[in-house]
Design a protein around this ligand. Structure first.
Ligand code: NAP
Length: 278
């Protein structure tokens, strides 16, 4: 476990710690923040997306920044401590400007199902560890190691499933609700130290997580439906989300704290219209 090499840690540069940096949203954010505001990247992943991890690393380096990948299951307090220790070895003290929680590892199913998709206790624990509790574990480890830079930004990611029901995603929504509360309470605890903790809510974007869950036909339908749902008439892109994170990492976003920032582009506004006036 752990693929970093010891660095000098004294370059004076600032870092983005990104959980889930090898794919989808996390990889796009890593590449974007390397360009602006120009952060080095410490990315955590389990190694299932070796190609896109290598691509992300290359892009970050092309932007003139360092990229270190740490391979581990990020969902436990032990891995948070080990990962932060690995980060401490390559980064300088108080150098983590941005922490983004972008891991997707959740069970779908139904709570009362008697079949294979039953959301039994192990799935519930695992989903909450991955999607919610790990945000706290890593925040605790960063503070304990005194790695947060002045006015650091901590960011969780949310989807619009807190506003609307989607058959088998109840456990995801429950864990995201916990994440939202963690964000608010950490904002209260870290605010006096100058740090900011927020939740960025955005609509569906095409990532490997989605391609894993849906068939090509279902994906095509998803795209069509989103074009009808979103006032902009198309799906949001990963690039749009990632570029907005560069804004959140900047000076002008410093007053956001404890917020759930709605970047859904009005994705759920037309649901009733679509049902009643198809
Ligand atoms: N996609 C969307 O439409 C959308 C919309 C709104 C919000 N979001 C949120 O954005 C976040 C990222 O989703 P995504 O769609 O970008 O997912 P994704 O493309 O599947 O990427 C997930 C990343 O997390 C890593 N990962 C998963 N479980 C891990 C674990 N236990 N430990 C370490 N790394 C782990 C994956 O690599 P390994 O599997 O190799 O570990 C991968 O790098 C999620 O919180 C999701 O809820 C997504």
């Amino acid at each position: 476990m752990g693929s970093t090499s010891d660095g000098d840690g004294a370059s004076g540069s600032q870092w983005a710690l990104i959980l889930g940096a090898s794919s989808g949203t996390g990889a796009a954010i890593a590449e974007a923040v390397a360009r602006r505001p120009g952060l080095d990247v410490f990315g955590v992943h389990r190694g299932r997306y070796a190609e896109s991890a290598a691509r992300m690393k290359e892009t970050v380096r092309e932007a003139g920044r360092r990229a270190e990948l740490w391979q581990a299951d990020a969902s436990t307090p032990e891995s948070a401590e080990a990962g932060v220790e690995a980060l401490r070895r390559v980064a300088g003290p108080r150098s983590v400007k941005l922490f983004v929680h972008s891991i997707a590892g959740a069970s779908v199913g139904h709570f009362l199902s008697q079949g294979e998709d039953r959301l039994h206790s192990r799935r519930i624990r695992r989903t909450f560890d991955t999607m919610a509790h790990s945000f706290v574990y890593w925040a605790q480890a960063l503070v304990a190691a005194d790695l947060l830079a002045p006015e650091a930004r901590l960011l969780g990611l949310q989807n619009p499933l807190d506003e609307t029901h989607l058959s088998n995603t109840g456990l995801i929504s429950a864990s995201k609700a916990a994440l939202e509360m963690y964000v608010r309470y950490l904002a209260m605890e870290l605010g006096p130290l100058g740090h900011r903790v927020n939740l960025l809510k955005f609509g569906t974007v095409m990532t490997p997580a989605l391609r894993h869950v849906y068939s090509p036909e279902a994906l095509a339908r998803l795209e069509t439906m989103h074009s009808r749902m979103n006032p902009a008439g198309r799906m949001c892109t990963l690039d749009e989300v990632a570029r907005f994170v560069t804004v959140l990492a900047g000076e002008d976003a410093a007053w956001f704290n404890g917020a759930t920032i709605d970047f859904t582009g009005g994705m759920t506004l037309k649901l009733l219209d679509l049902v009643l006036n198809p």
